[in-house]
Design a protein around this ligand. Sequence first.
Ligand code: SAH
Length: 282
Amino acid sequence: MPDTAINTSESTTTPTAKSLKRTRQDSANGPTNGHSKGTNGENIKKERKNQFGEISDGHMKLGDWVTQWENGRTKFHKSAVHPMLLKHIDRLVEGKDKPRFYLPLCGKSVDLKWLLDRGYAVIGCEIAELGIQQFFEEHDIKYKTEKMTEIEGTVYKGTDDDITIYSCDFFKLTSAIMSKVDCIWDRGSMAAINPEDRQKYSEVIIELMKPDSRYLLDMFQLEHHTFAGPPHNFEPEDAQKLYGTKCTVEHLENVNVMCAWQKTWGTSYFYENDFFITPKSN
Ligand code: SAH
């Protein structure tokens, strides 16, 4: 069972004020390495690690992700379809005939295949070509590749299946290149990108959304005094801050997903939050 699987000992609940009132021990907006105190005055360890076991200040360059894939450090990958996608799929696709589904920072998520099997048009973005190749090979999907002309990157297209995965930097992939989408399933992107890029990230996503699109955002909430990340903390109010001007943001879930892997990081809690986001124009 993957370490990030939902912890069944605590069932999914509608978030309550109590469950959300956690202490923000480390700002989601910047690293705290080198500082002896966090925002609340608690001790921050000087040398912290990321999920790959490396001493880190939490920052990742694009090439660092490619290296993790080359070294097989992809424990974030889940072998089963994500429970939150299963739980909320009907609401995401309601009334949509053959939605174009986007999975930003998709890795080799099995959710891509599950959505494809439901008859949807599936689009992914992932910088690591190795991850994309593994996806197609593990699911026995034939593909062809093309160099992208607009930006640096390679497109992987299913030969007989309606799936396209762009191997490029998410921040450069606009609707002029891939067209707008009907639905987005986003697991863990804000946890992966450097926290100072979050505003830009939300702008890229909003630009890709059709006026009647629906977006399911799944993020982690953790504290960082001994752990640098990624994954990075994402407070529930961050969703409202990033998307609330242009979109309606509904907080759907707050679930304890602390498992053995997260315990090794030294973080004292690890929650998963889910948001349902729709453009206000709709
Ligand atoms: N959503 C996936 C993977 C999450 S881990 C899942 O649920 O399994 C984050 C992934 O994003 C990694 O595979 C990493 O290679 C990729 N990535 C990180 N920054 C990126 C960027 N700027 N553009 C495209 N891919 C990126």
